[in-house]
Design a protein around this ligand. Structure first.
Ligand code: NDP
Length: 330
């Protein structure tokens, strides 16, 4: 089977040269192991951080070894003592390869009669829980709040905006990188949306939320965060989810320059990592699953075909080529 290795570490924007396609023999599962043929894998912004050799909340990828990340696939064979039948669809952490040899405890069966397998990498998976935890717990959104979401046409942002609206936000505003994405956010029920290329975020946000905001779901950082700090009302809350504007930067960010406003406004700015919010998983599955079944919540995917195109899919994600969740079909 094929797998994608990290060939070298990027400085600034990654390029296809940082990846290498490698053919390896298909392994057999030992005791407690499962062999999975991957069918869909996720590319995610956090993987950019893992290409650097720095200590973080997830270890860096190793050079000349396969990358990893969320994937779903079908069990091909199970080793001794594993209660998983061939054909069962499972979620696990060894993407970026056609065949994954996974420890059985690192594998979660998923129900493809509830939703397609790919949904467990998006709306019903890690990005969905991120959106849910960020809105509900980290930002503690209350009915009647005005909410601003950046990267609003992406996997997390598109769900965060809809979840805010479904939980009673008075007004939800989004920003995204193209006219198509702005129109998409409006289709999803965002009350207003703007293209952040059309002018300073501060000014676009003032037009979209003239009375200010109570919550900012930050996927971007930089000038978006600065604009939000300026627009937040007293006791406003920020869920610091991501800072994608600086993931490929070689210089420290220039913004936010107005952080001291947080004092007088009594703001709460709270960073979070989805992995710390597993206690919300049952509530998330019940609530978001219910909205999906009722047709009240929508999710979309941008699907790239073929493992050999996974590096391009990942680079495309960083460039904003996705609407909804970016995925690779194997
Ligand atoms: P998305 O589907 O939102 O894809 C990333 C998007 O970021 C692109 O489509 C692009 O859209 C936008 N983008 C890229 N560069 C910039 C820029 N310079 N300024 C503004 N927008 C930019 O990815 P995810 O939904 O998976 O992730 C969204 C954010 O959430 C990321 O910051 C990610 O790191 C974070 N995250 C955090 C988690 C946590 O536990 N804290 C868990 C999961 C995700 P556009 O065309 O609009 O620019």
């Amino acid at each position: 089977g094929l797998e994608v290795h990290l060939a070298s570490r990027p400085s600034g924007w990654p390029t296809p040269d940082n990846f290498r396609l490698v053919e390896v023999p298909v392994p057999s599962p030992g005791p407690g192991q499962v062999l999975v043929r991957n069918t869909v894998m996720s590319v995610d912004p956090y993987m950019r951080g893992r290409m650097n050799d720095v200590k973080s909340y997830v270890p860096p990828f190793r050079v000349d070894a396969p990358l990893d990340g969320g994937a779903v696939g079908e069990v091909v064979a199970a080793g001794e003592g594993v209660a998983l039948a061939p054909g069962q669809t499972v979620l696990h952490g060894l993407g970026w390869r056609e065949y994954a040899l996974v420890e059985a405890r690192g594998v979660r069966p998923v129900d493809v009669t509830v939703a397609p397998a790919s949904a467990y990498l998006g709306a019903l998976g890690m990005p969905g829980l991120t959106a849910y935890a960020g809105v509900v717990e980290v930002a503690a959104m209350k009915p009647g709040d005005t909410v601003f979401v950046s990267a609003a046409a992406g996997a997390v942002g598109s769900l965060a905006g809809q979840i805010a609206k479904l939980r009673g936000a008075a007004r939800v505003v989004g920003s995204a990188g193209s006219a198509t994405k702005v129109a998409y956010a409006r289709e999803l029920g965002f009350d207003a949306a703007f293209d952040y290329h059309d002018g300073p975020v501060r000014e676009s946000l003032r037009v979209a939320a003239p009375d200010g905001i109570d919550v900012y779901f930050d996927n971007v950082g930089g000038d978006h965060l600065e604009a939000a700090i300026g627009a937040l009302r007293n006791h406003g809350r920020v869920a610091l989810c991501g800072a994608i504007a600086q993931y490929n930067a070689t210089e420290p960010p220039a913004a936010p320059r107005n952080l001291a406003l947080a004092i007088g406004k009594r703001l709460t700015l709270r960073g979070f990592i989805v992995g710390d919010h597993n206690h919300l998983r049952d509530a998330f599955v019940a609530e978001v699953g219910g909205w999906l079944r009722a047709g009240q919540l929508r999710y979309d995917e941008t699907v790239v075909d073929g493992l050999r195109n996974a590096p391009e899919a990942f680079l495309g994600l960083l460039r904003g080529e996705n609407l909804g969740k970016m995925l690779v079909r194997l």
